[in-house]
Design a protein around this ligand. Structure first.
Ligand SMILES: Cc1cc2nc3c(=O)[nH]c(=O)nc-3n(C[C@H](O)[C@H](O)[C@H](O)COP(=O)(O)O)c2cc1C
Length: 446
């Protein structure tokens, strides 16, 4: 069978651009407007997208007040699992992927929540496992500072092992529902975990049947060496932050090698780089729409975004037309900070030029349906992508245009499915249903 492209929508209510909420097409309150969110999800499902993904941050970032009051995600970040559960009720096929943190949760809580979403949606759940990003999140969970970077990933690794064990609490064929004897399930088909590790002590079993997919699909976006190791060991959907084709190819090769080192198959992981699209029938119309969206992004917000990704630094007082100063490494994502400094150095960009460049990175394609499809096809055929995390800068217009113009072009090229052929997210992605680790273990090891 020819290799098929996958599409995952990175959903943010008023659009991926931080100024998107000011766009006249979107209700400014889109972030908390469930009928609006459901309508977007149904359009994506109508186009046979593999999944819709909702990211998360567990705090209001420590940004400058002038930035905070201009950014909608500060006050409209609905909790992902809650939104996805609601979407499960109004969609039937699209995968439902949400972020949850292994740093600020307990394995039992998330094993239960994602197993529940998988049952509610009949096998469409996916979990983007993150280790969280900023100290402001730590302060909402009883700590002054974020756990050290390496510790966060060790915790994530153990967290996932515990969660897999909990998901395997009941064998797939445990349930008999034998009305005559009054027994619901075989007693030897339930397994206690008895986990005692560096970070967690969890007795188990989980109080819910094995998820429909065996395990909800695991998404991961580790980019540092420690993050890549965890992604290679556990990730199935790998969200790549790489902006240039050669970096995305390097990342894909490295992740596949790490997966193999962990005893997995290269085909067990699917690479999803990001792609932000503004498409229109002509290039001039697309450029015009893109300018209208970027004009809505207040310059202070654009600079604030850079301050955020550099680990909460303050650029006030620096010459925006001078070089980007090197700040001490923060405990936030190391790889993101390194990527920013590396790009600024390589291209000798001033702070202002860097911020302008970020508005239109290689992640952004502004053009005709054929130009967008060319980009997708090039990355797909170069081995940089099995699919894309598509984001829509301003909703609903840029999403509608992608569905109406790009999806038919991808189909015309034989790259993307005409309709769903499977029922679960794993089936959409061509990922096998994991066999229970407890298969054949029996009651003796409970
Ligand atoms: C597409 C994508 C989505 C992400 N979503 C989240 C998120 O919702 N919450 C979060 O805390 N981090 C998120 N991250 C950050 C990653 O979890 C990770 O920290 C980052 O890619 C850097 O890797 P590192 O932690 O190994 O340095 C995302 C990254 C990417 C590329």
């Amino acid at each position: 069978m020819t290799r098929q492209l996958h599409l995952n929508a990175i959903y943010s209510a008023a659009g991926g651009s931080l100024g998107g909420w000011r766009h006249s097409d979107a209700p400014a309150t889109a972030g908390v407007d469930f009928p609006f969110i459901a309508a977007q999800a149904r359009k994506l499902e109508g186009a046979a997208f593999d999944a819709i993904f909702i990211a998360d941050l567990l705090a209001v970032p420590d940004s400058h007040p002038d930035v905070i009051e201009r950014v909608a995600t500060v006050n409209d970040s609905l909790e992902p699992l809650t939104v996805l559960s609601a979407l499960a009720a109004v969609t039937t096929r699209i995968g439902l992927v949400g972020t949850a943190s292994s740093t600020y949760n307990q394995p039992y809580t998330l094993a239960r929540a994602f197993a529940s979403l998988d049952h509610l949606s009949r096998g469409r759940a996916g979990w983007n496992v993150v280790t969280s990003l900023i100290d402001a999140e730590a302060r909402n969970y009883g700590a002054a500072a974020h756990l050290a970077h390496g510790d966060r990933y060790r915790r994530a690794d153990e967290f996932l092992e515990v969660v897999y064990g909990l998901w395997d609490s009941f064998d797939d064929d445990a349930f008999r529902w034998d009305v005559g004897s009054g027994r619901a399930f075989r007693e030897d088909a339930i397994h206690r975990l008895g986990h005692a590790g560096e970070f967690f002590r969890v007795a188990g079993p989980l109080n819910i049947a094995r998820p429909v997919q065996g395990r909800p699909v695991i998404a991961q976006a580790g980019a540092s060496p420690a993050g890549r190791d965890v992604a290679g060991r556990h990730g199935e959907l790998i969200f790549s932050g790489a902006a240039r084709l050669e970096d995305a190819v390097e990342y894909a090769d490295d992740l596949r090698r790490r997966a193999e080192d962990a005893g997995r198959d290269r085909s067990d992981i699917l690479l999803f780089p990001g792609l932000s699209v503004v498409v229109a029938p002509t290039r001039a119309e697309a450029e015009d729409q893109f300018s209208r969206i970027t004009d809505l992004l207040h310059p202070r917000v654009a600079f604030g975004d850079l301050e955020y990704w550099l680990g909460g630094v303050d650029l006030t007082g620096y010459d925006y037309d001078g070089p980007l100063p090197q700040f001490p490494q923060s405990n936030q994502s190391h790889s993101t900070q390194e990527r920013i400094y590396e790009t600024a150095r390589r291209e000798q960009l001033t702070i202002r030029q860097f911020v302008e460049r970020r508005l239109r990175t290689e992640h952004t394609v502004v053009g005709t349906p054929a130009e967008v499809a060319d980009h997708i096809q090039e990355w797909f055929e170069a081995g940089a992508a099995d699919g894309f995390n598509v984001s829509f800068p301003a909703l609903p217009g840029t999403l509608d245009a992608f569905v109406d113009l790009v999806v038919p072009e991808l189909r015309r090229r034989g790259l993307f499915r005409e309709h769903y052929t499977g029922a679960t997210l794993r089936e959409h992605l061509g990922l096998a249903r994991p066999v229970s680790r407890r298969l054949g273990v029996g009651a003796a090891t409970r």
